[in-house]
Ligand binder design. Structure first.
Ligand code: EPU
Length: 450
């Protein structure tokens, strides 16, 4: 992987056409890696994306004493549990995680700062070791992102929290015990942490208002194969009967619905024709319905879909919500689509308070957008106009590249390391689909002194 100073240069206008396959979901793989901590021995995960966030999570696990290595792709068949629609190609990336009998309990700020998702070791380590110290992640470029629901739920299960010098320390002196937990909001991360704590807790845990994302179902499938007793996966009530131990398994990650959805929206906004494979299209029902409403033809099959567009898109309104609602991670692409659609769109962001922070970058490309709190009103234009812009997070970065495809002239997206966190082979995929894009090393920023 190349350095953080790279830029992606896009020559527009461009049209995406062809076939693209998506690898495993980042937001599943990261949690499946944490779930491996629940059983001593060798867990193998397949269809793991080659992205920076996975590399950082591997380092988190290494510092906890695990031996983490990449392994060749899977031999299809042989006792692998998997989510629907996932890519099974034998060349898919594998990761083996050898977990010691007593994994470590400390995760430092350097890693948690770079990967907020490393907070998901909280539940499994509390369950396995009865003690954990994790750095507080702090804010990031999409909003404040608290941990109150993680802490409240684990406290109900018998954990005690303290914190100083930027670290949270949790202990479970009497072991974790099953409890009834109501989440104020169906938080993905809190549901996962509570789930991974509950599988080894004494007695029954009920998580009400649980997240229903496909990634939650994926982790429930893996935990069940490990010997956990879980009912209600994919519904808003999870019931977990604790067991005394779990065994390591081999599991294939579900396809990445956000990467797949990025291609669906990009095909629509570039008036292209893209077939996406490696993902169950039922993960994307609302997103695919939105592109169909904007005028695209959508065909689905069990392991993918095709989106074809032959005219200027019509404006559609989008409201982000927890699954099965329109995913917040696709909102930057929805803004890009709205920016070139005929008419005005109202985009409402309900999940992250800072997700519109990249809008000024889109405006630099000529998009007509006004934001007010959680709402953005977008007046579509026939074409945008290329300019230098800066990625502020993974999805904003991908959204800016796609917007660049709808712009006259050259768009240069800097801070490409954000895109590397979530999109494997992004530039190669774009080129395969016919886009005139390149990745280049940016010259160092000039420094000024008085
Ligand atoms: N929240 C709290 N308190 C908590 C937990 C969450 O206030 O204890 C708030 C957050 O501040 C946020 C909202 O609840 O406003 C949703 O947070 P959630 O916990 O559902 O999100 P997350 O687990 O932090 C995951 C994904 C995100 C994705 C969201 C929503 C991972 C690693 N990240 O985050 O993905 O946007 O769910 O679907 O799974 C990305 O991949 O680019 C990304 C940001």
């Amino acid at each position: 992987m190349t350095g953080s100073s790279d830029v992606i240069r896009v020559k527009g206008p461009g049209r995406l056409a062809g076939e693209v396959s998506v690898t495993g979901a980042k937001n599943s793989s990261l949690k499946l890696m944490a779930a491996a901590l629940l059983a001593p021995g060798r867990t193998v995960l397949y269809n793991v994306p080659k992205i920076t966030d996975i590399a950082i999570m591997a380092e988190v696990l290494r510092r906890l004493g695990c031996d983490v290595r990449t392994v060749p792709g899977e031999t299809p068949g042989a006792g692998v549990t998997a989510g629907a629609g996932a890519r099974t190609d034998p060349a898919g990336d594998g990761l083996s995680i050898d977990v010691p009998d007593e994994p470590g309990t400390d995760t430092d700020y350097d890693l948690v700062r770079r990967l907020r998702a490393s907070i998901c070791v909280l539940g499994p380590l509390l369950a396995r070791r009865g003690r954990v110290r994790v750095a507080l992640p702090g804010g990031d470029a999409i909003g404040s992102r608290g941990l109150d629901m993680h802490v409240a739920g684990l406290t109900r299960m018998g954990a005690e929290f303290s914190g100083e010098h930027g670290m949270i320390e949790a202990t479970a002196p009497g072991g974790l015990v099953g409890a009834k937990v109501w989440l104020d909001f169906p938080s993905v991360g809190a549901t996962e942490n509570l789930l991974m704590a509950a599988v080894l807790a004494k007695g029954v845990t009920e998580i009400d208002n649980a997240a229903r994302e496909p990634e939650i179902v994926d982790i429930c499938d893996m935990l069940t194969a490990m010997g956990a007793r879980i009912t209600g996966a994919g519904s808003s009530k999870l019931t977990i009967e604790g067991v005394t131990e779990l065994r390591p398994v081999t599991h294939r990650t579900i396809g990445d619905r956000i990467v797949a959805g990025t291609w669906a929206l990009a095909a629509t906004m570039t008036r292209g024709d893209v077939t996406v494979t490696g993902v169950d299209p039922s993960y994307l029902e609302i997103a695919l319905d939105k592109v169909a409403t904007s005028g695209a033809t959508v065909e689905t099959h069990p392991t993918g879909f095709r989106v074809a567009m032959d005219r200027r898109p019509r404006a559609v309104d989008v409201v982000t919500l927890p699954f099965p609602g329109f995913a917040t991670d696709l909102m930057p692409m929805a803004l890009g689509l709205a920016a070139v659609s005929e008419g005005s769109s109202l985009i409402t962001e309900n999940i992250f308070d800072g997700r519109f922070m990249f809008v000024p970058e889109l405006v630099r490309l000529g998009a007509q957008i006004r934001t007010d709190g959680k709402h953005a009103v977008v007046r579509g234009r026939e074409r945008l106009s290329g300019a230098p812009v800066r990625a502020t997070d993974i999805r904003a970065g991908a959204g800016l590249v796609m917007a660049g495809l709808c712009a006259e002239g050259t768009t240069e997206v800097s801070n490409v390391h954000h895109i590397d966190r979530g999109y494997p082979d992004f530039v190669a995929d774009l080129r395969r689909l016919g886009a005139a894009v390149s990745r280049e090393h940016a010259p160092p920023e000039p420094t000024y002194a008085l």
